[in-house]
Design a protein around this ligand. Structure first.
Ligand code: C5P
Length: 292
């Protein structure tokens, strides 16, 4: 049976909370050993283990700046990976990178670049020159931008090899689309076939992986092999069609992991919860990441 105790204290509320900027900014993850604690977990230091448990989860921060900071501070001892896109960037700007760097976070920049090759190349270069870019762990591009655009992005990323080497991920078919949406934009192909085509193109151009729904993991694995990474958004602990009007190809995080997802991306399911820490722990438990 998966044991859920002890969860670390909420760094925002505990008197033991680390004064550091973020809960996870030290290797102790904002937690201190409790001398009153009569027993220890069997598997070693709680601080390391708790964080390792959330290592497959990327929290999407489609929220304003102050809320994003609050979310990171209160969760960075449980998870390391965060995803940001235009929602946060338009308010906070490139200065947000230094915040994530100082928190020791791994940051997925989800701008889904789709432009002419030179513009994408220059955008990647500008991003990698920004102060705090050490935090950037992954960057997304639309695979449908074409081979030359993808290849240019890879070459530009590799040109900055002295710094961090972010993964480049090709977005295949958005999880908000289904087959009839593809027909309306002139793609007369079933979703898995289109995802496969775009995944193979991304791999040919030298990308590290793709973003696809849980339903196409098997197709991508078969076409691109085990080493190619698959990032899966559109995960839901429970289906809620009333609330969820945009995502179409959804799956539970546990199922996505079983299918072979490298990471799952969760936004509203986490940051929309009343208690985000509890919800992260529920997700970790549901994914079996606590089991050893
Ligand atoms: O709130 P929710 O969990 O639906 O958020 C999913 C996140 O993943 C959003 O930030 C969205 O932009 C992103 N995403 C997606 N589908 C893709 C690629 C990225 O939902 N194919």
């Amino acid at each position: 049976m998966f044991r859920v105790w002890p969860f670390p204290p909420n760094p925002g509320t505990s008197p033991d909370a680390s004064p550091a900027l973020c809960a996870g900014s030290s290797h102790l993850g904002g937690m201190r050993p409790n001398p009153q604690q009569k027993w220890r977990p069997l598997w070693g230091p709680t601080e390391v283990t708790e964080k390792a448990r959330g290592s497959k989860i990327i929290m999407a921060l489609d929220v304003p700046c102050a809320r994003a900071q609050e979310l990171v501070r209160s969760s960075s001892d449980l998870i390391s990976h965060y995803k940001i896109g235009p929602v946060l960037w338009f308010e906070w700007g490139a200065a947000c990178l230094a915040f994530f760097r100082d928190c020791g976070a791994k940051l997925m920049i989800d701008f889904k670049f789709h432009d002419i090759p030179n513009t994408v190349k220059e955008s990647i270069g500008a991003l990698m020159r920004s102060p705090g870019s050490e935090a950037i762990w992954a960057v997304t591009l639309h695979s449908s931008g074409g081979y030359t655009m993808l290849k240019n992005a890879v070459m530009e990323r590799d040109r900055h090899a002295a710094g961090s080497r972010p993964k480049l991920l090709g977005v295949t078919v958005l999880t908000s689309l289904e087959e009839r949406d593809l027909y309306r934009i002139g793609i007369n192909r079933a979703v898995p076939a289109q995802v496969k085509k775009l995944a193979m193109l991304a791999q040919d151009a030298g990308l590290d992986g793709v973003v696809a729904s849980g339903h196409e993991i098997g197709t991508v694995r078969k076409a691109c092999g085990e080493d190619f990474e698959i990032f899966v958004p559109g995960v839901r602990l429970q289906a809620n069609p009333q609330k969820d009007l945009d995502q179409k190809r959804v799956m539970t995080p546990a199922q996505a992991l079983r299918e072979g997802a490298s990471y799952v991306i969760a936004g509203r399911d986490l940051y929309g919860a009343e208690n985000v820490r509890d919800q992260i722990n529920v997700m970790i438990g549901a994914m079996g990441l606590g089991r050893r």
